[in-house]
Design a binder for this molecule. Structure first.
Ligand SMILES: NC(=O)c1ccc[n+]([C@@H]2O[C@H](COP(=O)([O-])OP(=O)(O)OC[C@H]3O[C@@H](n4cnc5c(N)ncnc54)[C@H](OP(=O)(O)O)[C@@H]3O)[C@@H](O)[C@H]2O)c1
Length: 228
């Protein structure tokens, strides 16, 4: 495939590396090459099969609008734009393009969501719960998109009166650590996912681009990762 990777940062650069290893043709645009979406005109995207975005919460929505309006498929890993999700779903449906989004492209975290979903039953048995997340100090959004996804799946499966509280820590170079703690008067359950590197995110994003090649519509990675 011919892939355009937006973002030369910690994750975008790994995505380009993994995509090259998987024999795709790669172009990369960082902030310098893409002011005001300059790299995303219909002419520039003509020969591109899909665009993968790992940039910033402030730039990602204009990127999405430009790519979808140009009729191209898109894989978005950038977090912190949930307020625009419904509008983007409508835009994708209108243009008949393919789109995959998740706050976390790691297969391990998606398995962890299933574990959290099962453990949420505790909230119907006098347990209270909390979510903790730790990331490196440069991370721009808090709470993390993954912590919000964990909060959603727990809410969906146990319907607690209030969403579990999320506490965020920003320290050192932590790649991403998420904990769910469920506590009763008698015991405590700890669930923890600790990312050792960004490689899992990059592999998930590239494999999602391959999966999307023959598809249309807006897809959440948590619903499709088993098919990769
Ligand atoms: N979904 C997942 O699995 C997952 C995993 C990891 C991270 N993330 C998310 O992905 C995003 C990026 O994370 P990161 O850790 O890689 O951040 P990062 O190291 O700060 O990289 C962000 C990059 O975005 C580039 N950028 C900014 N504006 C741009 C524009 N208009 N066009 C193209 N590139 C632009 C920057 O380019 P310059 O260097 O040129 O300024 C920078 O290299 C964050 O939102 C993070 O939460 C998601």
């Amino acid at each position: 495939m011919r892939l355009l990777v937006l973002g030369r940062g910690k994750t975008g650069s790994l995505v380009a590396e993994v995509a090259a290893e998987r024999k795709h043709h790669i172009e990369v645009a960082g902030a310098t090459e893409n002011p005001a979406c300059a790299a995303l005109t219909p002419e520039k995207l003509r020969d591109i099969d899909a665009v993968i975005d790992f940039t910033t919460p402030h730039t990602v929505v204009p990127h999405i609008e430009a790519v979808v309006n140009a009729g191209k498929n898109m894989i978005v890993g950038t977090t912190g734009w949930d307020q625009d999700l419904d509008r983007i779903k409508t835009l994708v449906a209108h243009h008949g393009t393919g789109f995959v989004y998740t706050a976390n492209f790691s297969v391990g975290v998606n398995l962890f969501l299933d574990v959290a979903r099962a453990a949420a039953a505790a909230l119907r048995h006098d347990y209270s719960g909390q979510i903790f997340e730790r990331h490196h100090v440069q991370k721009k959004d808090a709470p993390s998109g993954t912590a919000i996804a964990i909060q959603h799946v727990i809410r969906e499966s146990s319907a607690p009166a209030e969403a579990l509280q999320i506490t965020s820590f920003r320290e050192g170079d932590v790649v991403g650590l998420h904990e769910v703690v469920l506590e009763s008067g008698h015991d405590r359950i700890y669930l923890c996912h600790d990312a050792k590197s960004r490689r899992g995110f990059a592999e998930g994003a590239v494999r999602a681009a391959e999966w999307l090649a023959s598809k249309k519509g807006f897809h959440d990675f948590k619903d499709i990762w088993r098919e990769l």
